[in-house]
Design a protein around this ligand. Structure first.
Ligand SMILES: *Cc1c(COP(=O)(O)O)cnc(C)c1O
Length: 379
């Protein structure tokens, strides 16, 4: 009889060093508490410290108090809510797009979006370092996927010139999530125009961090008929959920086709209430300015360590081998800092790294202490 496979042997056990682990932790401002130990958190995408902001909490709590928590159904059944529309309109106006569409998460937004935009007759041109959600959406769509070298617009131009199709879409992260570097949105728009393609920019890490007033990397091109922006509420906006911004006909088409909108429960309205309050705080400008000052201060402290040239809140320190990154992360944890080691296949082989993320809520003292510990651990 052939060997039987059940839940106990379905997955071969990965090596202990390669095991991904869930670690429950409580967050308290810029600290996390793991098994009773308090660590300074340099591993959060809450770039502006808005997830715990008093007004954000109050907005969510007030909404829950008034109407409860869950939305109860898909937006196309009975789960839609005026707060979702208010947030869509507020985001679109702030970013300069005609309309917005809220989705359950960035992962759901990208998977649904590319599946809705493309079919097996389309070609998707994708940056090699794109986020997993864009890779999965492209796959699901059935489109032919052609990957171009990371941020290499000459390579992309050659590929666009060589591969024709009725519908072509260029897809890129805005701020790349593992390197902290930025797409050349102006160059990508130029190529999209020249080669009659749509451009999807996933700027999950750009909102609240990059661009004028923290409006992200696409700010100068918002409203362009070839441009679609995807963003998340789960990072700088301190909430949960995601949005797609584009021209009205495109969004109207998506409402007919986007399966992760149609077949998934609507966001709880309190998440929109929280995001609206967070956006209100973000627009005041002080938090964005403080984050930028923290990024500059951090880089000035670490000028002689192998930091990638990132101007964003994501500051990777390349250590090379997996073991070096794991050992550094473990040492930092002993010293009271939570900084994750990121290894292949998430990043290219030989570029294992510490992925440090900064927040407006960190103080100079926090950053100075981390810089000293990094210098100690990584030299
Ligand atoms: C975090 C992230 C996502 C996923 O967003 P969620 O709202 O967390 O699902 C998508 N794209 C990029 C580039 C991201 O960094």
């Amino acid at each position: 009889m052939p060997a039987m496979m059940d839940g106990r042997n379905w997955f071969a056990a990965p090596l202990p060093a390669r095991r991904r682990q869930l670690r429950p932790m409580r967050r308290d401002g810029v600290h996390v508490e793991i098994k009773g130990r308090r660590l300074l958190n340099f591993a959060s995408n809450d770039y502006l410290g808005l997830a715990g902001h008093d007004r954000v909490r109050a907005a969510a709590a007030g909404q829950i108090e008034a109407e409860g928590f869950g939305s109860g159904a898909s937006r196309l059944i009975s789960g839609d809510h005026p707060l979702l529309h208010e947030l869509e309109a507020t985001l679109a106006a702030w970013k300069g797009y005609e309309v917005g569409l809220l989705l359950g998460s960035g992962m759901l937004a990208n998977i649904g979006l590319l599946d809705a935009l493309a079919d097996r007759h389309s070609i998707i041109f994708a940056d090699r370092r794109n986020h997993a959600s864009l890779i999965d959406g492209a796959r699901l769509s059935g489109a032919r996927v052609i990957r171009y070298r990371h941020n290499d617009l000459d390579h992309l131009a050659r590929l666009l010139a060589a591969h024709a199709a009725a519908r072509r879409i260029v897809v890129s992260d805005g701020v790349f999530s593992m390197d902290g570097d930025c797409a050349d949105v102006a160059g990508l728009i130029g190529l999209a125009e020249q080669h009659d393609a749509l451009l999807v920019i996933d700027d999950a890490h750009g909102t609240g961090v990059c661009g004028p007033d923290g409006r992200g990397l696409t700010a100068a091109f918002a409203g362009h008929a070839r441009l679609i922006e995807v963003g998340t509420l789960g990072k700088a906006l301190g909430s949960y959920g995601a949005f797609i911004l584009a021209c009205r006909p495109l969004i109207e088409g998506l409402i007919q086709r986007l399966r992760t909108l149609i077949y998934s429960t609507a966001l709880p309205p309190c998440t929109a209430a929280a995001a609206l309050a967070a956006l209100h705080e973000l627009k005041k400008g002080a938090l964005v300015a403080r984050l930028r000052a923290n990024i500059a201060f951090f880089r000035a402290q670490l000028h002689d360590l192998p930091l990638l040239p990132s101007a964003t809140a994501i500051q990777p320190l390349i250590l090379g081998e997996d073991e070096a990154a794991l050992a550094a992360a473990a040492k930092l944890e002993v010293k009271g800092f939570f900084v994750p080691a990121i290894r292949p296949p998430t990043v290219p082989a030989g570029t294992a790294r510490l992925r440090i993320t900064l927040s407006a809520a960190h103080t100079r003292e926090h950053i100075k202490a981390l810089a000293d510990a990094l210098t100690d651990c990584c030299r």
